[in-house]
Design a protein around this ligand. Structure first.
Ligand SMILES: *Cc1c(COP(=O)(O)O)cnc(C)c1O
Ligand code: SF4
Length: 328
């Protein structure tokens, strides 16, 4: 689906599909509608049309479809799967600031996302109380300023690029004179699910930042990286951003050595280096995506024999209270 070069990303955002029946209809999978769970007001289906266009029509196991389609299995309550799987509730250092690791602080800059990933560990996060959204940035900025060990600020969410670029400019202007800040990192899925977001205004902002910038994307399958996304990645790199990727290991979606090798190779072709392969966070409603640790390790060992070291992501899990991600 070709996009006009200067399309308005907010319009593409508003036009995202929110009715699972419409999505299934577009893919010729109307039969699956009978298996849909009752509407989920808290975390409804949301998928931009450009992302849906990368799904294979007629394939109920399509790896992009399975990331976004609500399933009855989400209703199964499993012991050990909680609504705060990674201990974020206990780690809020200031409104919107997670300061769990030395050297870097993570700012929950926004609670919204262009896509709703069914396995998301933040699907239960109380964003309304916890984001550093407009007007509440002073405390977050004050926290960074007061902690000289914060050399890197991570803009995360939700998706920080869901904010208007003018808001991002505002935030970063407030941080520009913090002497100990050396790097900015942006955790975002928007260039992948809505490449229209990578417009000239965003690129001007990134190109003009006073620090080196890393953009950590989130891609789980090579089929997510179509030419429009590759173009957005080229533009981000031309603006000076280092591009990295984190994936989540997901049963039935990418828990296969051939698929993970193809993902690393496609990432490299788009100028992105694999960074992390995450074991699923045990979030309520996502248990059906879990791959057990023994299989995860075996898959990773296979990847090591098939990929150059620089295309091998680190296999990690996030454990509450630990000073870093935990390698498996
Ligand atoms: C994952 C995470 C980071 C980043 O960890 P890296 O290993 O530097 O990528 C930072 N802060 C929090 C709260 C995190 O959850
Ligand atoms: S884009 Fe990221 S934060 Fe948003 S729903 Fe997906 S995984 Fe969660």
């Amino acid at each position: 689906m070709a996009q006009p070069p200067r399309s308005d990303w907010r319009q593409a955002w508003r036009e995202a599909i929110s009715d699972p029946r419409e999505l299934l209809g577009l893919l010729g999978l109307d039969d699956l509608a009978a298996d849909l769970p009752a509407a989920d007001a808290g975390f409804p289906l949301r998928v931009p049309r450009g992302f849906a266009a990368r799904m294979r029509p007629g394939d109920p196991r399509d790896p992009l479809l399975l990331q976004v389609l609500p399933q009855l299995a989400e209703r199964t309550v499993r012991p050990g799967y909680t609504t705060d799987a990674v201990g974020d509730g206990a780690a809020l250092a200031a409104p919107g600031v997670l300061h769990k690791y030395a050297g870097r602080a993570l700012l929950i800059a926004s609670g919204s996302c262009a896509v709703h990933c069914r396995y998301c560990f933040r699907r239960h996060f109380p964003y309304a109380e916890s984001t550093a959204a407009a007007g509440r940035w002073q405390q977050a900025v004050a926290h960074v300023r007061a902690h000289a060990d914060v050399h890197e600020l991570i803009l995360s969410g939700g998706d920080p690029l869901s904010l208007a670029t003018s808001k991002l400019v505002e935030l970063v202007t407030a941080l520009a004179d913090v002497p100990h800040l050396q790097r900015l990192r942006i955790h975002t899925r928007l260039p992948v699910v809505l490449p229209e977001r990578v417009d000239d205004e965003l690129l001007d902002w990134i190109g003009g930042l006073p620090w080196p910038v890393a953009v950590v994307l989130h891609v789980n399958h090579a089929a997510e990286l179509d030419p429009a996304v590759a173009g957005a990645c080229d533009r981000l790199r031309a603006a000076g951003a280092l591009l990295l990727n984190q994936s989540v290991l997901l049963r039935g979606i990418n828990d296969d050595a051939d698929i993970l090798v193809a993902l690393s190779e496609r990432l490299f072709a788009c100028g992105i280096l694999p960074y992390y392969l995450h074991q699923l966070d045990r979030v309520q409603g996502a248990a059906h995506f879990e791959v057990d640790d023994a299989r995860a390790r075996a898959l990773h060992a296979t990847l090591r024999t098939r990929l150059p070291g620089y295309l091998l992501p680190s296999l990690v899990r996030e454990e509450p209270g630990k000073p870093s991600k935990t390698p498996l």
